[in-house]
Design a binder for this molecule. Structure first.
Ligand code: 8YV
Length: 307
């Protein structure tokens, strides 16, 4: 039986490519010297395409895929995918939710502990021989019994909340609308929540609607003893204010896995001891990335099976 042609828009992890090639006639747009020429000539052959949160799906690409019925994306975030325009064109867009909840939540908890306990700074302290020289690092911060505010309480946020309870934290949250079934204190006012909390964790979608929602005022309300954790998107926070306030100490600490212009994290953060930096590793475990890849494939299979 001839394999269904599938167009891959950007680089994917080898395992996912192999799984796609087992089932479909895969063609890689990103390997074409003249991608536009290729699309003008061949786009009509593809009912399906695969992308990722990294490669995205812009409206102009949608217009170049006249026969595509489904785009399966690697990643849960849809801020780089023009889902509204694709849907208007009758194209289904699928992502990979749920399979990454636990590991992404563990990154949030890891950053919260690593940041409040100065794990990275103290690792450097030992490696630089300062402990051996008889120096003592400053006391860090505990989180037991502390109030931690979640900005966002979706699938991943809900898993983070449960994990925080096991650390004896009081969980509060801020979302556009109160979640009737959520057993946590709800704040309509994000500045007020930041003022009441020892730490704030950003776990909300990126995109225009949440651009800079964690403003300078929110970070200032969190204050010199406060800790900000971001495993959502760099765009949800005022990154310029974040850097300044960490440098001046008006904001105590930050643990950051995402940035506005990845992979270019602000260099001004590199010398700061009150910051822990990660290269967007929230879902980056062998187990979770395999599960995400399997979901990209099953989204296609389910679509064609339904068809
Ligand atoms: C992605 C992520 O996997 O799922 C998301 O939205 O941000 C990560 O899990 C990563 O961006 C790779 O594309």
């Amino acid at each position: 039986m001839t394999k269904q042609p599938v167009l891959v828009l950007g680089p994917l992890m080898p395992y996912l490519l192999e799984e796609l090639e087992k089932r479909y006639a895969v063609e890689k747009l990103y390997e074409e010297k003249d991608a536009l020429g290729f699309l003008h000539q061949h786009a009509g052959r593809f009912r399906a395409a695969v992308t990722s949160t990294f490669t995205g799906l812009k409206a102009d690409m949608v217009d170049l895929l006249p026969a595509v019925e489904i785009v399966s994306s690697f990643g849960v975030g849809t801020d780089s995918l023009d889902v509204a325009y694709a849907s208007k064109k009758g194209i289904k867009v699928a992502n990979t939710p749920d399979v990454l909840n636990e590991d992404t939540a563990n990154m949030a908890i890891s950053l919260l502990l690593a940041t409040t306990r100065d794990i990275v700074a103290n690792d450097r302290f030992v490696r630089e021989g300062r402990w051996a020289k008889g120096e003592t690092p400053p006391l860090a911060q505990g989180i037991e019994g502390k109030k931690v505010g979640l900005v966002g309480l979706g699938r991943i946020g809900s898993v983070i909340a449960e994990k925080l309870l096991t650390f004896g934290c009081q969980v509060t949250y801020h979302t556009r609308n109160k979640k009737p079934d959520a057993p946590y204190a709800y704040y309509t006012d994000l500045i007020a929540m930041a003022g009441d909390c020892a730490a704030l964790i950003a776990i909300l979608p990126g995109g225009d609607a949440t651009q800079g929602i964690i403003s300078r005022e929110v970070l200032q309300a969190l204050g010199p003893k406060g800790t900000f954790i971001n495993i959502a998107r760099g765009t949800v926070v005022d990154e310029v204010a974040l850097v300044e306030l960490l440098q001046t100490g008006e904001l105590g600490r930050a643990g950051l896995d995402v940035f506005v212009d990845e992979p270019n994290a602000p260099e001004a953060l590199f010398a700061l001891d009150n910051v822990v930096l990660q290269p967007h590793m929230g879902s980056a475990t062998v187990e979770t990335r395999k599960a995400m890849a399997d979901r990209v494939v099953s989204n296609l299979e389910d679509y064609f099976a339904a068809k």
